[in-house]
Ligand binder design. Structure first.
Ligand code: ADP
Length: 396
């Protein structure tokens, strides 16, 4: 069957049409600048990208344009919309209500809307996309796949903050974790690729992209992860600070004369390696070349990033009471050999040894530790769209 995977943001929408039998991507692309003007990028497998500028006042027009492109006589990937058998939607926050993916019903959407205040920027956009699809394809089954679901197996000791307990009871303030679709996909695939029994395994997944998080996965279930109530906690990221002393917020607010929203903007958009590099870039390709040209701030940013990753891995070795395999994934994890080297240098005490020749390669599943390394280290490219497609097929 064919599954249309939709990932809706507030002004953008990414899509892929996947044949679930062959797991081949038939077409993919994105709509940008929804509500502003509108731009559709469409690419049929094996063909060049097509770019169309057209008004997209809402997500409904955007999705209509995607559907029109998919069935276009000349460049469409399918003959008619009857060939879209199911739609899989990414939803950012499922709160404590969703520990797994779910078939979309009106009742279920009401439960998602109750999680909106936990992800006020993302969930409403996700819901708009779902409703637009329901209007345009009323008879096609749809499934919601949550970023938070995989982490719902965390024990209370991992998800509770050291805050008054009533905040958890009244407002559900706790750690949730994100990138769950990726952590689930990569941990399973790591076990398969390395020939391990997932039911008897300790795996640490480092999802290092612009947003970055780490998870500790025991016997296939998440026991801890670095993001919290929101995706701001944990690692130093592209533009997000990750863990800081919370008292810094008041200190900076006073010094810079900022309100809460102003401080949050700094922590989300002006911090991380972008802030550390004096706003040079949040992209590791730029940081690496600047560092090679002697830019000390870029060098520091990379060091701070790698050190934080290594500290979290160390913490998760304790959480798991050991580790069999460490997997690197996402833009930085898959491509930046330098970062993997730096992280693994801190982990020599675990008996980890990197095969630098393997570590220099890119773009495929690979083992990058030496045969005698006590812990296997692997690069496992993530594929969140394929994971959403598989979840959708399993449920419809
Ligand atoms: P997200 O999905 O969170 O936007 P990605 O997983 O796509 O992030 O990762 C994007 C990041 O990956 C870029 O900002 C860049 O830092 C890094 N990246 C991508 N390609 C390379 C590369 N060849 N070398 C080093 N870093 C890379």
């Amino acid at each position: 069957m064919n599954v249309l995977v939709i990932n809706c943001g507030s002004s953008s929408l990414k899509y892929q049409l996947i044949n679930s039998d062959s797991e081949e991507v038939l077409a993919k692309g994105l709509c940008e600048r929804i509500g502003i003007d509108g731009r559709l990028v469409y690419q049929k497998a094996g063909c060049d990208k097509e770019i169309t500028e057209a008004p997209m006042p809402t997500h409904k027009e955007a999705i209509q344009m995607v559907l029109d492109a998919l069935v276009n006589e000349k460049t469409g990937a399918i003959a008619s919309l009857a060939e879209v058998n199911a739609v899989g939607h990414r939803i950012v926050h499922g709160g404590e209500k969703f520990a797994s993916s779910a078939v979309i019903t009106d009742e279920m959407l009401a439960a998602v809307a109750e999680c909106n205040d936990l992800a006020p920027l993302h969930n409403p956009a996700n819901l708009i996309g779902i409703n637009a699809c329901k209007d345009l394809m009323p008879n096609v089954p749809m499934v919601a796949v949550f970023d938070t679901a995989f982490h719902q197996t965390m024990p209370a000791k991992a998800y509770l903050y050291g805050l008054p307990y009533e905040y958890y009871e009244k407002y559900k303030v706790r750690r949730y974790g994100f990138h769950g679709t990726s952590h689930s996909f990569v941990s399973k695939h790591t076990a398969e690729f390395l020939g391990m029994d997932i039911n008897n395994s300790k795996i640490i997944v480092c999802h290092l992209g612009n947003g970055a998080s780490i998870s500790a996965v025991k016997d296939g279930k998440c026991v801890d992860t670095s993001m919290g109530l929101t995706p701001l906690e944990g690692l130093v990221m592209g533009t997000r600070s990750g863990d800081i002393d919370p008292a810094i917020m008041e200190f900076i607010a006073k010094k810079e004369n900022l309100d809460i929203a102003g401080v949050m903007n700094v922590l989300n958009k002006k911090s991380g390696v972008f802030g550390l590099s004096k706003e040079l870039s949040s992209d590791f390709r730029d940081l690496e070349s600047a560092m090679n040209e002697g830019n000390e701030f870029a060098g520091n940013a990379i060091e701070v990033f790698a050190y934080r990753v290594a500290k979290y891995v160390g913490a998760y070795v304790a959480a798991l009471n050991g580790v069999d395999a460490i997997a690197f994934t996402a833009g930085i994890g898959e491509n930046a050999g330098l970062v993997r080297t730096k992280v693994c240098e801190y982990l020599g005490y675990l008996g980890i040894a990197l095969d630098e020749e393997a570590n220099a390669k890119r773009g495929e599943d690979m083992v990058i530790s030496t045969p005698d390394s006590k812990v296997k280290v692997a690069v496992i490219p993530t594929n969140e769209e394929l994971a959403i497609c598989r979840e959708t097929v399993a449920l419809v």
